[in-house]
Design a protein around this ligand. Structure first.
Ligand code: C2E
Ligand code: MG
Ligand code: MG
Ligand code: MG
Length: 273
């Protein structure tokens, strides 16, 4: 069946590829300049303790305003940054900027206890990650205990001596580590016990499914976290029904549009301070 009109489909496919790679190459080139041209910025999404509705942290989420294409979602440009190795520089920038912002909030009397920053696997592989983070914390004057790093499961799957060693150093220094999008990767549960992590973040897809389909996965992750003595937070909470259900199951930390979208620092300050 795949033999019919091979010429046509090949031609079509190849054209598609050309367009995509042209776009990607252009974006890649533009991304190199994005930091210095100040096109990158960070939005902060509140993390809530639903028992008292208090904000207990924020997640830093990177944004890129491209001069021609407008806002490009991180899911589109982070992979490019990873391919080119630029993620190391960008990741450093995000960490520094976000730590500066939390320090500023603290100095202004807004005692926000936690800043979560997403890290790419490549940042572990390509640099002296612990060294750069220590440097950033020293320079910004932020205490390490306020910082939490969000890692995805593919880091654990690709777990090498080096990444585990770095994770241990970070933990000893007082930095927390959370597993992001938990349940969507291919890590084996056996690993969890030996990892220096402090929190599981339930992926949005399971929260979506929870009251529509069934709640088996979310309930299992909440129980797993409890048994392993880990904190647990649900991401992508969009309704009061979801929030109420999660609280009933003893998952008190939540993040999602029901509480707030990611906001720029100023809007967040006006809303919560
Ligand atoms: P993530 O870390 O899992 O972040 C959660 C994503 O879900 C964010 O998308 C957030 O805006 C979105 N979200 C939060 N609550 C809700 C909700 O209630 N409903 C819906 N529909 N969406 C919700 P965003 O900002 O587009 O980021 C996408 C992904 O890009 C992130 O997923 C993260 O993996 C990556 N990313 C973002 N910033 C950085 C960064 O600085 N470094 C790295 N390495 N990756 C980043
Ligand atoms: Mg995250
Ligand atoms: Mg996530
Ligand atoms: Mg997710």
């Amino acid at each position: 069946k795949s033999k019919e009109r091979p010429g046509t489909s090949f031609h079509f496919f190849s054209e598609e590829m050309d367009i995509r790679s042209y776009e990607s190459i252009k974006l890649e080139n533009d991304l190199y300049r994005a930091i210095e041209k100040e096109e990158l910025f960070i939005h902060y999404q509140p993390q809530i303790d639903y028992r008292n509705n208090e904000i207990v942290g924020v997640e830093a989420l990177l944004r890129w305003k491209h001069p021609e294409y407008g806002l490009i979602p991180p899911d589109r440009f982070i992979p490019l940054a990873e391919e080119t190795g630029l993620i190391v520089q960008i990741g450093d920038w995000v960490l520094r900027r976000a730590c500066q912002q939390l320090k500023k909030w603290h100095d202004e009397g807004f005692a926000l206890p936690r800043l979560s920053v997403n890290l790419s696997v490549h940042q572990f592989e390509q640099t002296d990650l612990f060294g750069s983070i220590k440097k950033i914390l020293n320079e910004t004057g932020l205490d390490p205990s306020f910082l939490e790093l969000e890692l995805t499961e593919n880091l654990i799957v690709k777990n090498t001596e080096l990444t585990l060693e770095t994770m241990k150093q970070l933990k000893e220094y007082g930095i927390k580590i959370a597993i992001d999008d938990f349940g969507t990767g291919y890590s084996s549960l056996g690993y969890l016990r030996n990892l220096p992590i402090s929190k599981l973040k339930i992926d949005k897809s399971f929260v979506d499914q929870m009251l529509v389909d069934d709640a088996a996965i979310t309930n299992t992750i909440i129980t797993l976290a409890k048994n392993l003595n880990l904190e647990v937070i649900a991401e992508g909470v969009e309704t009061k029904e979801q929030a109420d259900y999660l609280l009933e199951q003893d998952c008190v930390l939540m993040q999602g549009y029901y509480f707030s979208r990611p906001l720029d620092a100023e809007t967040l300050t006006n809303k919560y301070v």
